[in-house]
Design a protein around this ligand. Structure first.
Ligand SMILES: Nc1ncnc2c1ncn2[C@@H]1O[C@H](COP(=O)(O)OP(=O)(O)O)[C@@H](O)[C@H]1O
Ligand SMILES: [Mg+2]
Length: 251
């Protein structure tokens, strides 16, 4: 469900973002806006700059120039920590999860103060219940006391999504979450995205599998060589239309 902040201000507005990696011009002044609860898919060929944009928003890479406005105010996102403090979380194929810790410990990792108490006197029972509720909603059967290294790749993504939901992230970036996943794995990712949208979380989704992600995506931005070359709302396009655009552009 797409909402807008007061006066229609976007959650995130990226303006004229440029990125140079040495002599490589990875982003050539792109403008991107996203609203709460909106799922925005970045599509386009390899090397288009999709991951670079995601990394700039997540605080992993620094933009060379341009502005980032968060809820209408200019912000500096120069570290992952700063992004997290704004409520921006990234779910990569290879997660930043602690493999030897349990599902629950990972969900609560790095939270020194939560509604479940201050670290050290955290209420374990309440934490386990809260974790279980979110995992159930996401359709994940993993035990809260299971070590993350024994979870499948899809389940690990689910743990990261559970953390984003439980701690009320504002924006979650999923970079190629559907790569090399089974049909069932893709179904699960779609459920994650639906759950996040229901919570009012905005999602930036980078994926190649249009037919599958099509129904849950609100808007598609088609990137090529560091620029946004087309933008379509779901109602204005179709999976066939999008595939055709990519083939024409990359032929
Ligand atoms: N760390 C880096 N150092 C140098 N060049 C990079 C780096 N990361 C990405 N690039 C280059 O920037 C361009 C955009 O890459 P990327 O954002 O990964 O594209 P996409 O995710 O759309 O496939 C490519 O030409 C890529 O080779
Ligand atoms: Mg990429």
């Amino acid at each position: 469900m797409v909402n807008t902040l007061e006066n229609g201000i976007p959650l995130l507005a990226a303006e004229r973002i440029e990125k140079w990696y040495g002599k490589i011009h990875a982003l050539r002044g792109i403008d991107v806006v996203i609203h709460p609860g909106e799922a925005l898919a970045l599509i386009g060929d390899n090397g288009a700059g999709k991951s670079t944009f995601a990394k700039i928003v997540a605080g992993v890479e620094q933009k060379t120039s341009g502005r980032l406005l968060w809820k209408g105010k200019e912000v500096d996102i120069s570290s992952i920590k700063q992004a997290r403090n704004l409520g921006i979380e990234t779910v990569y194929q290879e997660q930043a999860l602690a493999p030897q810790l349990t599902v629950m410990q990972n969900i609560f990792l790095g939270r020194t103060e939560t509604k479940f108490g201050i670290l050290g006197i955290l209420d374990n029972k309440k934490m386990a219940e809260a974790a279980r509720r979110v995992l159930d909603e996401l359709g994940l059967a993993v035990g809260v006391n299971q070590e993350v290294r024994f979870c499948s790749g899809g389940e690990q993504q689910g743990v990261a999504v559970a953390r984003a939901i439980l701690f009320k992230a504002n924006l979650v970036i999923l970079d190629e979450p559907t790569r090399a996943l089974s049909t069932r794995g893709v179904e699960r990712i779609l459920q994650f995205i639906r759950s996040m949208k229901n919570e009012g979380i905005a999602v930036i989704l980078i994926s190649h599998v249009f037919p599958q992600i099509f129904p849950i995506t609100d808007r598609f931005m088609f990137m090529s060589r560091g620029q946004v070359i087309a933008e379509k709302r779901r109602e204005e396009t179709s999976p066939e239309d999008l595939s055709r655009m990519i083939i024409q552009k990359t032929a």
